[in-house]
Design a protein around this ligand. Structure first.
Ligand code: SF4
Length: 362
């Protein structure tokens, strides 16, 4: 019995080897890669330049993943598009396409659900279903491009799920998304036919799984690392993020320092300001002291919706205190405020659950 292979889990070189192994000429591999990456082909039947017999043969050998678009919300405020995708096994995931002056960016999910149970997150606690494959991460870009008709040049792994809890598939995804996918045979053959998204245009956000941070660092990639910090002291952070009971703030910051030293990249720290929880002067001082000891940048995030037990703090005032203490800090702009652009919100609406919110795509 022959197992079917997910063709989008393979690099172009691997696809080319498979196609040649089928006794086909090299240019057939290029045709397939071009259509998968160029227009997000949903099945081999769409690759009309291939003979019908070959398309049928490919369908027998390979899986070509394709999420079903279940819902699409477009912000009237800033054009942000939120997609709710249904996967073949029934799981729902979200992606958000954000528009900036410098181009389009997409925030993708890395898991269906999440195990981490952060108190402020729209992804429901104990709502973990499974890890996404690299091809399912890739599909969020390919099919957002197909649905919007627009090119995406930046990727944030900040949607539903914890990327470091699925680090092997994330690493495979990075390899695929960063690959220029030049025509089989190399650069000499012409322009890139793949996504070719540079590592410096890819950001990975984590709640702080140290093994994952160290593993990512060991690859020496130039992607951006964002830490969902949200509190400088263990008591507050553990109350917001259960992972902190295992890691602790100081050990997390040590891992970030290692990451910076190995990769040469500055780490960013996300800090969603919650009134009465993490916005005191003492917390600003502790945060400033710790960040200055490891280096890095602090993104103060404004809560874009008052819900659950949390109220927004004064982001600009808190940011001003950090800057006055010599910290590199800014307040981030909120996009997609009218379409529930926080991670997990659409999925929760669909499930008719109460939205607790936080995690913003900015
Ligand atoms: S904030 Fe991130 S890590 Fe925490 S529960 Fe939500 S998706 Fe998971």
């Amino acid at each position: 019995m022959r197992f079917m292979v997910d063709i989008k889990q393979m690099t172009p070189d691997e696809i080319t080897s498979e196609i040649i192994g089928m006794g086909l000429p090299r240019y057939r591999a290029e045709q397939i890669i071009r259509r998968i990456y160029g227009r997000g082909a949903a099945d081999f039947g769409e690759i009309s330049e291939l003979p019908k017999k070959l398309r049928a043969e490919l369908e027998k050998r390979f899986v070509l993943t394709a999420p079903i678009l279940e819902r699409k919300l477009v912000s009237e405020l800033d054009g942000t598009i939120k997609f709710l995708w249904r996967l073949p096994d029934g799981n729902a995931i979200e992606s958000v396409l954000l528009r900036y002056d410098y181009g389009n960016s997409i925030c993708i999910s890395t898991q269906a659900g999440c195990k981490m149970g952060c108190a402020f997150c729209a992804s429901p606690p104990n709502g973990f279903s499974r890890n996404l494959t690299a091809s399912e991460m890739l599909d969020q870009i390919l099919f957002a491009q197909r649905e919007s008709g627009e090119q995406i040049s930046r990727v944030d792994l900040m949607g539903i799920g914890e990327p470091m809890d699925n680090i092997d598939e994330v690493l495979r995804f990075l390899e695929l998304v960063n690959n220029p996918l030049f025509a089989p045979g190399g650069r000499a053959k012409g322009s890139p036919i793949g996504l070719n998204i540079g590592m410096r245009h890819i950001s990975i956000s984590t709640c702080g799984i140290i093994e994952g941070i160290d593993k990512l660092a060991s690859y020496g990639l130039q992607c951006n690392l964002l830490i969902s910090l949200h509190a400088p002291d263990d008591e507050t952070r553990s109350s917001l993020m259960p992972i902190n009971r295992v890691t602790g703030v100081d050990k997390l910051l040590e891992a970030c320092l290692r990451y910076s030293k190995i990769t040469g990249r500055r780490v960013s720290y996300e800090y969603a300001l919650i009134k009465g929880v993490n916005d005191s002067d003492a917390q600003a001082e502790t945060l400033a002291e710790k960040i200055k000891s490891v280096g890095g940048h602090v993104n103060i995030i404004r809560l874009n919706e008052a819900a659950g037990q949390f109220e927004p703090g004064d982001a600009h005032a808190f940011c001003g205190k950090l800057v006055a203490m010599g910290v590199n800090a800014t307040v981030r702009r909120t996009l997609g405020a009218d379409i529930a652009a926080a991670c997990g919100q659409l999925r929760l609406q669909k499930k008719n659950l109460t939205v607790k919110f936080l995690r913003y795509y900015e």
